[in-house]
Each structure stands twice: as structure tokens, then as C-alpha cells.
Design a protein around this ligand. Structure first.
Ligand SMILES: C[S@@+](CC[C@H](N)C(=O)[O-])C[C@H]1O[C@@H](n2cnc3c(N)ncnc32)[C@H](O)[C@@H]1O
Length: 250
């Protein structure tokens, strides 16, 4: 059986694994929550898109205890870890590529914000357009989309895009050259070997949650899709290399 403490230990290991690829992960979480803090209400209703085991949601609620977060993901194992580690959060199983996904969220009013970290690059540009359109229909006017991810600009400013990627790659190489953190594959292999996670693992296989990432993650795809979905302003709130926090106002 998966206990609360065991889930917390798995999540600490998840954080170390993710930070290997994203040395600025905590700084980016902080920049995102800073934006939520200055939004015009202390008790925002927030949707966390591709929440995984709830890393961002948990940090958000820790800093803004009156916030109500609905954390959405398609992976039963990561959701199971999140539910066991953070019983105070609301997790919903949904695939953001499936039309009607917002109907599963149980929203009782328009949301004040949708947030996401290291997740939307898994979604292809056509699915992303549909996802943002549906999202816009449940966000209040003036609500925010805050997306922290690697976002490239090769189609508009290729020289800058190369520079931004090189900054990120150098930073990551430095991390992996030091005290080598566990990588993504090794983390999943370790999860698969834990008998306490076997039921969740089995669900994962049948749910087909082992998504393949989109080949590129262009900033322009997001900006165009957000504009088409009715968001009025878009811009970068924080950046290190190609790692950005994209903000859009509904
Ligand atoms: C690298 S993890 C990031 C998790 C978390 N946001 C964090 O920062 O630690 C990417 C997450 O996106 C989720 N994801 C990918 N495609 C998805 C989809 N179509 N619908 C819902 N979740 C998806 C994956 O299941 C995974 O949990």
C-alpha cells in the first residue's frame, strides 16, 4: 500500500529528477506564484494543467493558502502519488487533448487562472489550439494563463533561439557533470520496480499515459493559439535561456 510518507519520498525524488533538467525550476515556480499573488483576489480558483504529482499546485497553495487549485493530469500514477502526498489538493484525471475536458473539473465559477509547468510541450500545435480555446471558455475576463516551459523562437529569431538553447544546454550539462542526478528513465524504472506502486503502474499502461512529446515547442505557436482563443495580451514574465514563463491575459 502506498503511504503518505512513501508518496512524499517519491515526490522528493521526482523534484530532484526534474531539477536535473531544469536547474531554475524552483525560481520559475516562484516567478509564477509571484504573478498569482498580485492577481486581484487572495482566494483565486486555479487550474493546474498537466499537474503531474502536484509539484506546482502544492507550492501555490503553500504560499497562497486561500487559493483553490484543481490539478489536472492524464497519468494515473503521477495522480496517485499526488493524491497520497497532498490530500488537501483536488486532482482530476483528464486528457487535455480530449474535447470536453473542462466539464470534468467541477468548476462552480469561472477560474481566475490556469497555470502549467513543463507539460504543454507534450501537446501538438492543433491539440494546443483546441485546448486553449476550451480553456478560454472557463476563464474569467482578466484571468491569466501562466505557462512555464521551454519555448523556442527558431521561426522568428533563429540566432537568439540558438543562443537561448545553448544557455540552457550548458546549464544542464553542468548539472549532469556534477553529482549526476537521476534521469527521467531511471525514475520511471524505479517506480516500475516498487511493488507498492504496481496497481497504479498497471492503470498507467491501460490509460496510455506514456505520451510522446511534441517535436518542437515554438513560442509563436502558443502566442497565435492564445490570440485565436481570445486572450488579449501575451508576453514573457521570466526567462533563463529558452526556459520561459509565458503569460496571457484572457
Ligand atoms: C514533466 S511532467 C510535469 C509535471 C508538473 N507540472 C511539474 O512541473 O513537475 C509533464 C506532465 O504533463 C502531463 N501530460 C502530458 N500530456 C498530457 C495531456 N494530454 N493531458 C494531461 N496531462 C498531460 C504528463 O502526464 C505529466 O504529468
Amino acid at each position: 500500500m502506498l503511504t503518505h510518507d512513501a508518496a512524499l519520498a517519491w515526490l522528493a525524488r521526482w523534484d530532484r529528477q526534474q531539477a536535473g533538467y531544469l536547474p531554475d525550476r524552483e525560481e520559475r515556480f516562484t516567478a509564477l506564484i509571484d504573478a498569482m499573488e498580485v492577481l486581484d483576489r487572495p482566494d483565486p480558483l486555479v487550474i493546474d494543467l498537466g499537474c503531474g504529482p502536484g509539484s506546482l499546485s502544492a507550492r501555490l497553495v503553500e504560499r497562497l493558502p486561500k487559493a483553490r487549485v484543481i490539478a489536472v493530469d492524464a497519468d494515473p500514477l503521477l495522480l496517485g502519488l499526488g493524491r497520497a502526498a497532498y490530500p488537501h489538493l483536488t486532482f482530476v484525471a483528464a486528457d487535455l487533448r480530449t474535447p470536453g475536458w473542462t466539464a470534468t473539473l467541477g468548476l462552480d465559477r469561472p477560474a481566475d487562472a490556469a497555470v502549467s509547468t513543463t507539460a504543454l510541450h507534450w501537446i501538438s500545435p492543433p491539440d494546443l489550439r483546441a485546448m486553449y480555446c476550451e480553456l478560454a471558455s472557463v476563464l474569467r475576463p482578466g484571468g491569466l494563463l501562466l505557462n512555464g516551459d521551454h519555448l523556442d523562437s527558431d521561426d522568428v529569431t533563429p540566432g537568439l533561439a540558438r543562443l537561448e538553447r545553448a544557455i540552457h544546454d550548458t546549464q544542464t550539462e553542468r548539472v549532469f557533470a556534477g553529482d549526476h542526478p537521476e534521469d527521467w528513465r531511471a525514475w520511471w524504472d524505479a517506480v516500475a520496480a516498487d511493488p507498492d506502486l504496481s496497481a497504479l503502474n498497471a492503470e498507467r499502461t491501460t490509460a496510455g499515459a506514456d505520451h510522446r512529446g511534441s517535436e518542437s515547442n515554438l513560442l509563436s505557436h502558443h502566442v497565435t493559439a492564445l490570440r485565436e482563443a481570445g486572450f488579449s495580451e501575451t508576453g514573457t514574465l521570466w526567462q533563463r535561456g529558452n526556459n520561459r514563463l509565458l503569460c496571457a491575459i484572457r
